[in-house]
Structure formats: C-alpha cells, structure tokens
Design a protein around this ligand. Structure first.
Ligand SMILES: Nc1ncnc2c1ncn2[C@@H]1O[C@H](COP(=O)(O)OP(=O)(O)OP(=O)(O)O)[C@@H](O)[C@H]1O
Ligand SMILES: [Mg+2]
Length: 356
C-alpha cells in the first residue's frame, strides 16, 4: 500500500507562479518539451488534463509525464490503463482479465471513520452499478441490502470500525448471496443482470496491493467492467491517501489515458477536489473535454491541448480559452499549455524520445 517506503513528499505551494523557465535556470519539475517544465511545487494543484484527437500525442505525453515524475520527482505512479499501451520503464503491471490470477475488489472498504465503512460502500457501489445494470429503486435497494449482508456474514459492521479491518467480501460472496434468494423475483432478476460480471470473475479474485509504480491493464475488459474496475481503483487510491493524512507534498500521481470510461466517476471528482490535500495528483487524457466531468475540469490547474478533430474545435477553444485558429494550427505532439492564466505553445518531448 502507500504507507511503506513512500518517498518524502514534495512540497506544494498553493499559489500559482510561472512554470516556464529559461534554459540556464536550475532544472526543477518535469520537462514537458522545449523549455517548459511542469513543476507541482509551483502550481495551485497537481492535477493535469490533456485533450487531443486520434494520433495527437495523448499517450506519448502522458507516458512522458509519468516516467519523468517517477525519475525526476520520485513520486509514486499509478496508471489505470484502458488500452494496454501505457507501459513505462520500471513499472509493475497487473493485467486484469478472465484468465489472470488477480482481480480488483470493489468491496474494499474505505477505512476513514467519518466517510467510510461497509454501509457507505454498499450505497456507493449500488449507485455506481445503477446505470450499468439499469436498476430501478427496488433493485438498487435490494443490492444495498445484499451487499450489507455480505459484510455482516464476514462480521464486518458499520458501527464497529475495528471490524472494517477484516478481510472484505468480494463478488463471489455477492453471487452466493443472490443465488440463495431463489424465492425473491427481484433477486433472481438482479442475479441475471449481474451474470456477465460474475462470469468474468475479475471482481471475485484476490487483489494485489496498490503498490508503487503500478499499471493496471484493464484493456481486455468490456467498457462496463472497465468503468467499475477503474472507479474501484481510483477510489482505493484516494482512500489510502486520505488515511495517510494531510501533507503539503506530493506523494502519488494517478494517470488515466482515454478517461472516457470514468467520465462519471465520483472517485475522480473526489480526487480532483481533495486529492491535493493528501498529496495525490490526477492526470487524465481524452479526445474530448465532453468525456471529463465538470468537477475534474474545473479543479485541474494544468491543461494541455494537442491537435483535436475539427468537430471538437469550438468546444475545446471555449473550454480551454485558446483560439480555434491556434488549436487548428497544431501538429501531432505540439501543444498549447495552460497553467492557470499563463499559456504557451510547445513541442512535447514524447516518451519514445526519452526511453528508446
Ligand atoms: N515509438 C514511436 N516512434 C516514433 N513515433 C511514434 C512512436 N510512438 C508514437 N509515435 C507517434 O507519436 C504521435 C503521438 O502518438 P500517441 O500514441 O501518443 O497519440 P494518441 O493521441 O495517444 O493517439 P490515439 O488516440 O490513437 O491513442 C503519433 O503521430 C505517432 O505516430
Ligand atoms: Mg493513445
């Protein structure tokens, strides 16, 4: 987890200062390209957002920042990889698919006494699954009840925080509980709706620790499961940092390319809103700002615009306050960079040029 061997956090100020430096100044932060550095110590928050069309350079930019964060800033890296192309030197990769020995457990409890516990997890998860499973209020209520049942079966109770430390149930427990409710029509329907999820088995297997420099390769999963797995991971990363307590430093950066699948993730909204306090930064990339929630966009200080599809020009220009002409003139791996009010145009130094 994040409690061991964590590097000393980097100090972060809460005010914005220019981040573009002359070449003869001491190098600090991460080189984005040309003489432009991203310096988490000097920006309002350690979050970043990259928008770009197909082949514009999103993946190469995100990988470059992740790699440099690890080597130059010594912060921990967690990558949620929806396309399977985010490998970075020195990482530990957990491929998550039907055949893999590992899974992800969406029932891991948030240990924060104020905002955690099994009951809140049951509600959170039911809310997340509501859309995927097209559940009405009855089924959602039933799911909450069954999840709570799974926890109490393992002697985990909301009112006994010490019990939250026990091994949590996983979806195998949930499947078993639903299978026993053969008399209950709603339970039978819910079980049917969840059969694909149970079939894949990824939420029924043991989960490896979040660890250091880990990449979670979710590329083999269907989009619905990617969304649940990605949200569970982001939520676990946030909860682990909240437990570590406040810091003025940067402990970890979470990277998510093609963030479309997590456009409705409450976990990402929480990280964007509160992650800075706990030393957690979020970098997301997507083809359109439409795929990124308003909360994430508005709480992200650093923004990079790469070439976008012509249909995205008006929205991108409006959202990031650049002219349509300036965006239209960009070539792949050229970016308009905005640090709050300051903006410049740079050529990104891609990952493939940093690591051959
Ligand atoms: N190893 C490499 N050597 C040379 N050029 C590369 C290499 N990898 C990628 N590129 C080029 O870098 C540019 C950016 O590629 P990248 O994969 O980052 O784009 P992307 O925005 O992620 O695209 P997509 O939406 O298809 O995922 C492309 O023009 C690509 O051809
Ligand atoms: Mg890509």
């Amino acid at each position: 987890m994040f409690t061991h061997q964590a590097p000393p956090p980097r100090r972060i100020k809460t005010t914005a200062t220019p981040t573009t430096m002359a070449k003869d100044e001491p190098v600090a932060g991460i080189l984005l390209g040309d003489s432009c550095y991203w310096h988490p110590d000097q920006v309002a928050n350690p979050h970043g957002c990259i928008i770009g069309g197909s082949g514009a350079g999103k993946t190469q930019t995100l990988k470059a920042i992740a790699h440099a964060s690890r080597t130059d800033l010594a912060v921990q890296i967690v990558v949620i990889d929806f396309h399977g192309d985010q490998a970075i030197e020195g990482e530990t990769c957990h491929p998550i698919h039907m055949e893999s020995p590992h899974g992800i457990n969406p029932l891991v409890i948030n240990l924060d006494r104020q905002g955690g516990g099994p009951n809140l997890k049951a509600i959170e998860l039911a809310m997340l699954l509501r859309k995927t499973l097209t559940m009405g209020p009855n089924q959602e209520g039933l799911l909450i009840e069954v999840i709570k049942d799974c926890y109490s079966e393992r002697r985990i109770f909301q009112e006994k925080p010490m019990s939250w430390l026990l091994e949590p149930p996983n979806f195998a427990d949930l499947k078993f509980k639903l299978d026993t409710r053969v008399e209950d029509k709603e339970a039978v329907k819910l079980r049917l709706k969840m059969s694909a999820m149970f079939e894949y088995g990824i939420f029924c297997k043991p989960q490896p620790p979040l660890g250091h420099h880990t990449r979670w390769d979710l590329s083999k999963l269907p989009p619905e499961l990617q969304a649940i797995a990605g949200d569970a991971l982001a939520s676990q990363v946030m909860n682990a940092h909240r437990l570590l307590g406040d810091t003025t430093g940067l402990r970890t950066l979470l990277f998510i390319d093609e963030a479309k699948e997590l456009g409705h993730s409450r976990a990402l909204d929480r990280i964007a809103a509160d992650g800075r306090k706990y030393g957690l930064g979020l970098w997301v990339a997507s083809q359109s700002s439409r795929h990124i929630s308003k909360d994430v966009l508005s709480n992200t200080f650093t923004k990079l615009v790469l070439p976008v599809d012509a249909s995205e020009l008006p929205l991108t220009a409006r959202t990031f306050r650049f002219s349509q002409e300036a965006i239209a003139a960009l070539n792949p791996l050229e970016s308009l960079v905005r640090f709050g009010k300051a903006a410049s145009k740079i050529s990104i130094t891609p990952y493939y040029q940093r690591c051959g």
